[in-house]
Design a protein around this ligand. Sequence first.
Ligand SMILES: Nc1ncnc2c1ncn2[C@@H]1O[C@H](COP(=O)(O)OP(=O)(O)OP(=O)(O)O)[C@@H](O)[C@H]1O
Ligand SMILES: [Mg+2]
Length: 306
Amino acid sequence: MSVAIDFAGVSKLYGDFRALDNVSFQVNEGDFFALLGPNGAGKTTLISILGGLNRASSGTTRVMGFDVQANYRQARRAVGIVPQELVFDPFFTVRETLTFQSGYFGIRKNDDWIDEILANLGLTEKANSNMRALSGGMKRRVMVAQALVHRPPVIVLDEPTAGVDVALRQTLWAFIRRLNSDGHTIVLTTHYLEEAEELCNRIAMLKQGNLIALEDKSRMLGRGKARSLVLRLQPRELPASLQDRLISQRDDGSFELRLPDCGALEGILAELKLAGISVRDIEVAKPDLEDIFLDMMQTPQPASPT
Ligand SMILES: Nc1ncnc2c1ncn2[C@@H]1O[C@H](COP(=O)(O)OP(=O)(O)OP(=O)(O)O)[C@@H](O)[C@H]1O
Ligand SMILES: [Mg+2]
């Protein structure tokens, strides 16, 4: 497997404040990678170091083998970044913005690709509108388009769906998924964890500038708490034989039981039947990425050696 992005011992200090603390990890070519963490964890700082917009205080960062400082131009060409903040020239039209961006990368005849990007992002009808006349969600679509004009092998999206409506989210993800299956490496930061869970194959978590988790999604989800079973019973009582499975009784009177595996379900239902208790409602709760994320963020981290 080839490496698309390599962070090696990256730290960033703002005065005395350590925004990134010796962060090392790799993103493989072809990954759909999620970079998660609460506000202020250092995600945007790491991405701006990757894009050469910010300098690390120490450590090295490579994109497709190019050092972001020593080989700035090649590294910059290898990556397309959709920034978290909207930055644009209000006097340009959408098409001019994209043509200008192509020129920045020395690409002259790019109209076919620009048209394809516009169509895929639902921007065709806005192509000749001035940037300042666009709604916030439309401006964000242009930010995505702008990152793609030079067909970068690595695409980084910093909160691309903040303030974006459901329809565009779906269009955007369909397009990004297609680019991923065409071989582009994708890195995504988002606070919508269900998006990360659905789209990504690998997940990193940052907390206060430290990398606290890095795993394949399936492994990370598998590490979560076991499933539980929520039952609404008639009458509202739990047979003595099931008391050792009880996690809690909820306010609405339903019982939450431990369910180590689905095989245990049959036994539980048999016990209820035996006790003459009928099941009014049943729900199996599986831990999702959000549960695991909250768990990770609440667990105190060992202090890093200084
Ligand atoms: N130019 C700067 N000067 C001083 N501190 C900064 C600067 N830029 C970022 N920081 C601090 O570095 C930390 C990391 O910020 P960063 O923007 O990377 O977080 P983030 O993970 O992207 O958060 P969010 O989810 O809110 O976008 C924050 O505490 C932030 O206040
Ligand atoms: Mg950010």
